[in-house]
Design a protein around this ligand. Structure first.
Ligand code: PLP
Length: 357
């Protein structure tokens, strides 16, 4: 199988893959309660929170939907600077919510000033923002934005999609006073897809109490009732829970600060290489530590490059949506090592030399 340099799913360590082969257990058994009980404090460490972290058997988009359904009382502002912000806005609209979007040109970050101007209208009870826009390779200054938003409206509920950053970049859920921080298993956590996690504040739960028609599967209040007994309302993906338990041990054994430093070093290397050989799509100062979007100034045939790379045992990602072929993306998240990344860039260079001949 090719080594994956796509921004999710990412490669899964063999020990973690094997953990999934654990014999099945009942989801109401003591063993499952113990398993979730073991997992939870480790998840809290990754999210830097004392609050509950819900485990959902769904991909991250499910929790994007959950956050909207549980937390928006009247009017949500969705900050959009790429494809995943667009999706989240659409999720709100498709759930019948009143939503406005704050649009920023792709490649640029959302700024605290832009959010401030919108929130000063007094229109919004909820703010939704993507931390790391995987389509453009932009990391938004969520800490600063949250601080600004909280100054304007102390009761605002702040929803953060950290799907492609949590576990690879430090997110201080409690210190930054974020209300919902959600992520998927298959990105920086380097697990197979199928689970997602959300740190949920007391403020968010209080809001949910006032919101009608939260649905069933993703109802935060129901999730909380079961969470108190280390259970989930419906049958969870038990095999993935075994994998999660193992992978959280591996992440903590590496050390979270070491893990964040490794992602930073991978990003710095990729950015330097990308700037030397191409140009970088995302605005300087706001470039992601987990995925680099490179502007295809040499008009490389990206699918052909990927076929060449696949034959060498590796794969990267084309640009997302409208950025397809105009950009390509190198994911450097999860298990990726510097050595593997250098191997990739060497092969991209040899492909390019072959092209010129
Ligand atoms: C991948 C991704 C999603 C979608 O996650 P799924 O787990 O595929 O539902 C949402 N937001 C961001 C920022 C992503 O990178």
């Amino acid at each position: 199988m090719p080594k994956l340099f796509i921004p999710g799913p990412t490669d899964v360590n063999p020990e973690v893959l094997e953990a999934q082969a654990h014999p099945m257990i009942g989801h109401r058994s003591k063993e499952c309660v113990d398993l979730i009980g073991r997992i939870h404090p480790k998840l809290q460490q990754v999210f830097s929170t004392q609050a509950r972290v819900f485990i959902s058997t769904s991909s991250g988009t499910g929790l994007q939907e959950a956050a909207m359904r549980n937390c928006v009382s009247e009017h949500v502002l969705v900050a959009v600077c790429g494809a995943f912000g667009e999706r989240w806005f659409q999720v709100a609209v498709d759930n019948g919510l009143t939503a406005d979007r704050l649009d920023v040109e792709w490649g640029k970050p959302i700024t605290p000033e832009q959010v401030e101007a919108e929130l000063k209208t007094g229109e919004y009870d909820t703010l939704a923002i993507v931390h790391n826009e995987t389509s453009t390779g932009v990391q938004n200054p969520v800490a600063e934005i949250a601080r600004t938003a909280r100054q304007i409206n102390p009761d605002i509920v702040i929803l953060v999609d950290a799907v492609s950053s949590a576990g690879g970049v430090q997110i201080k859920t409690d210190d930054w006073d974020l209300d919902v921080v959600l992520t998927s298993s298959q990105k920086c956590f380097a697990l197979p897809p199928g689970l997602s996690f959300a740190a949920v504040s007391e403020r968010a739960l209080k809001r949910a109490e006032q919101v009608e028609h939260r649905g069933w599967y993703f109802d935060f209040l129901r999730l909380q009732r079961y969470h108190e007994r280390s259970m989930t309302p419906a049958t969870p993906a038990i095999s993935l829970l075994f994998a999660l338990d193992t992978q959280l041990d591996r992440m903590l054994a590496e050390g979270l600060s070491n893990r964040y430093r490794r992602h930073q070093a991978l990003a710095e290397y990729t950015r330097a290489w990308g700037a030397e050989n191409f140009t970088l799509f995302a605005q300087e100062g706001f470039r992601s530590n987990t995925v680099t979007t490179i502007t295809n100034i040499h008009a490389i045939d990206v699918p052909a490059m990927n076929r060449y790379l696949t034959a060498k045992g590796m794969q990267l990602a084309n640009g997302y949506g409208p950025l397809k072929d105009k950009t390509f993306r190198i994911g450097h998240m999860g298990e990726t090592s510097m050595e593997e990344l250098k191997h990739l860039t060497q092969h991209i260079e040899s492909f390019m030399q072959g092209q010129d001949n």
